[in-house]
Design a protein around this ligand. Sequence first.
Ligand SMILES: Nc1ncnc2c1ncn2[C@@H]1O[C@H](COP(=O)(O)OP(=O)(O)OP(=O)(O)O)[C@@H](O)[C@H]1O
Ligand SMILES: [Mg+2]
Length: 230
Amino acid sequence: MSELIVEIDSLSKNYQSGEITVRALSGVDLKIKKGEFIVILGPSGSGKTTLLNLIGGIDVHTSGSIRVNAREITKLKEKELTEFRKEDVGFIFQFYNLIPTLTAIENVELAARLKFSRRMAYEQSMRILKTVEMEDKAHKFPSQLSGGEQQRVAIARALVKEPKIVLADEPTGNLDTETGERILSEMLRICKEKGTTFLIVTHNVAISKLADYIIYLKDGQIFGTSKNQS
Ligand SMILES: Nc1ncnc2c1ncn2[C@@H]1O[C@H](COP(=O)(O)OP(=O)(O)OP(=O)(O)O)[C@@H](O)[C@H]1O
Ligand SMILES: [Mg+2]
């Protein structure tokens, strides 16, 4: 049996909005094997971002358990959690979160430095910026880039440190179909070559076709999974 990288049991997350409790996730069970390429689908507000944030250790759950890479991340101390986020997880956020005072390459290098020496970090950052076709704009600041260009920098930043798991929230939402598909096939290549696990929230049909399987979320619950025939 393949090794599990994510094991989630009875996971729930409530948000308190004044008097009202929003049940963002309720009773989610999920098992993901190492090296799988998985797409999460679901309507707006169904809990997709919440699920990624909990797996990536950047939000606090209400109940249940989340094991990533054989560690119960809900029980980690702040310092261990920071290490986990830095070393094991590559996050591609729905709204990019680039650091505005750093250029494109500096944003990528900051992540690369967690793993590589200064010189290697620069080389690896440039290499990955080339694969997302952003080498010409490597020295521009985020404010000088279009939404799609910022998105490509954010993708480069997540991939450069070769994390164990990549959590991507609509990573191609701002890209034209052709660029989006090129970047996706690059992600799939990394997935297959390095055994990186990908968990991608997307409505892009081309990505769903490439996925090992699709998880459907609705009202904070998994209401089905389907495996691709191809
Ligand atoms: N910080 C918060 N405070 C209160 N409610 C929140 C918070 N974050 C999310 N929610 C609520 O939790 C539910 C799930 O939100 P989530 O962001 O996970 O949805 P989503 O599936 O990612 O939606 P979208 O496709 O629009 O990005 C929604 O009802 C949302 O309003
Ligand atoms: Mg979302």
